[in-house]
Design a protein around this ligand. Sequence first.
Ligand code: SAM
Ligand code: SF4
Ligand code: SF4
Length: 337
Amino acid sequence: MLRDTLGRPIRDLRISVTDRCNFRCTYCMPYEVYDWVERGEILSFEEIARLTRIFAALGAEKARLTGGEPLLRRGLHKLVRMLIDIQGIKDVSLTTNGALLAEQMPDLAAAGLRRINVSLDTLNAAKFRQITQKGDLQPVLEGLRAAREADLDSIKINTVIIRGFNDDEIPDLAAFARDNGFHLRLIEYMDVGNASGWTLEKLVSKKEMLEWVRSRFPLREIGRADGRAPAVDYEYLDGRGKIGIIGSVTEPFCSTCDRARLTPDGKLVTCLFSNEGVDLKSPLRGGSPDEQISAAIHTAWTARKDRYSDERWASLKNGAGYDPAARRKIEMIRLGG
Ligand code: SAM
Ligand code: SF4
Ligand code: SF4
């Protein structure tokens, strides 16, 4: 099996199907005007499916559609179906801001989608507008309801916690998720891209988040799914569900990171904090056979040394200081969260 320099395989392919978004979350892509990928450069569904087939042959078992906002790609359910049909891909999932989910959920479910992650950082409509700059809370809640009605196997809520913005809402968000049968995942704020506005002061650690949850609901740690998932899961002692906490900064998980990322314009990126990717679109459109594209992925992955979050934490932990602007990074809307 294909392994990088630290022995990590490719298991999980994150596909950013577009860098466009109908929100402007302050922690991700706050700019109205940006250097968007040109339309003609964006991969077609057929091109994405072909690359996914090649990744699957190299070990990828999971494909997650993300962005930008993936539901802005018209007919995304068709891509879902195409990916489900690929041999070796056991799991196809979607990460969305939920704004367009209610109208698309029936098609997505009919195409075979069984797992979805919806991002939701607050239950307060005014704060929702403040953090997304453009979004409305109500359609997202309707999207979540539509997902519940579609009877999926898994509906997770992704919540980025920012000090002074929504840390005090953690118990209410946990209650909302428990009451509705959603699996809440609290995520430490990361210094993704160059526009995320991250500072150490805004970071709420996994340990603090756990204290917030415990202030209302007693919990017991279960651990990481498969022993290597980013989230550490906890179960409520009253038996009413689970909650996950992702310590992206204070408990980094680079040693088990098996994620490859594909940008909308067909670049393979080996880390969320990379500044460059390997161009797969040119060979794809230039008529190269699968073997040649596979060889390019092989070369990039066997050279992979990324462990950005481990290094950042080592620096923060020993008080050496850390400047997120010291390194240019590809924006998260291109990498897919
Ligand atoms: N637009 C979709 C959405 O918001 O779910 C998919 C793409 S978004 C980049 C994927 C995930 O990345 C979201 O759950 C979002 O909250 C998370 N994310 C974005 N910026 C982040 C940051 N600075 N720190 C932690 N997570 C972040
Ligand atoms: Fe858009 Fe998702 Fe980024 Fe928010 S987190 S700006 S919804 S891509
Ligand atoms: Fe993976 Fe890079 Fe994140 Fe480490 S910093 S977990 S290598 S994406």
